[in-house]
Design a protein around this ligand. Structure first.
Ligand code: FAD
Length: 219
């Protein structure tokens, strides 16, 4: 199999890059290993810059329809039961045409991008398909080895190979590129539950080193 650009990983980055390349008539193949929508929490809050990008690529209307706008986020800091300080961020104060944030379910965002990309004949989505490494024939002649559930073992030749696999990148690993990882000593527990009608803005409650963040999704 031959393509111009092979992208390993069909997360937001891989799909968006695939869409932009396909739009420019470039033959692009994206391989995503997960068959089903991921259950891993990947964040749902799109900030103004991301909304600007969605607008630039013509997806804003669809993304907005799938999301819930956030115009303010308040932060209340407690010491025991005493309020130490209360801060409110107002997105509309930002001197930017996209002066709000949007909560969009991550998997829905990916689906919007993928659907749009699939409208271009030069976009190919292999799923579930896992990139396993390269068959070395000397740079720049490389062949990506991919296991596709339906088509079996595939050998994909390309002019460019992109690793868009997130934090742990098999492309980076196969190329022997070292990664200096930064570790953070904080942890999140993320839960979604039916949104009470009263929660229409972002809210954070801080006590010592812990915080509770409430961010409304559409439902
Ligand atoms: C807890 C948490 C909260 C976050 N909150 C926000 C937020 O509110 N707003 C925001 O903008 N960002 C947020 N982020 C960051 C955001 O999730 C990432 O920036 C974004 O997901 C990166 O996209 P990506 O496509 O680069 O990687 P990923 O989303 O990690 O996608 C990589 C894809 O590659 C696939 N893959 C991996 N290995 C292979 C392989 N061998 N073959 C084929 N496919 C493979 C994976 O299955 C996956 O689908 C958050 C992240 C986390 C962890």
């Amino acid at each position: 199999m031959k393509t111009n650009v092979f992208i390993s990983g069909g997360g937001v980055s891989g799909l968006l890059l695939g869409l932009m390349l396909a739009r420019n008539g470039i033959d692009v193949t994206v391989a995503e290993k997960d068959a089903k929508p991921s259950v891993k929490y990947k964040g749902e809050l799109l900030q103004p810059k991301s909304l600007e990008l969605m607008n630039r690529i013509g997806l804003l209307e669809e993304v907005e329809a799938a999301g819930f706008p956030i115009r303010t986020t308040s932060i209340t800091e407690y010491d025991g039961s005493r309020v130490l300080q209360k801060i409110k961020y107002h997105y509309e104060k930002i001197d930017h045409s996209f002066n709000k944030a949007l909560m969009v379910p991550h998997e829905e965002l990916k689906e919007i991008i993928r659907r749009c990309a699939e409208a271009y004949p030069s976009f190919h989505f292999l799923n579930p398909a896992k990139f396993n490494g390269f068959r070395e024939e000397g740079i720049p002649k490389r062949t990506a080895l991919v296991t596709h559930k339906q088509q079996g073992e595939l050998e994909i030749k390309a002019d460019f190979f992109i690793g868009a696999e997130g934090r742990v990148s098999p492309v980076r690993k196969s190329l022997g590129i070292q990664l200096t990882e930064t570790e953070y000593n904080h942890y999140f527990l993320t839960v979604t539950f039916p949104r009470p009608e009263s929660i229409t803005e972002g809210e954070m409650i801080v006590r010592g080193h812990s915080f509770l963040g409430l961010f409304p999704l559409p439902d």
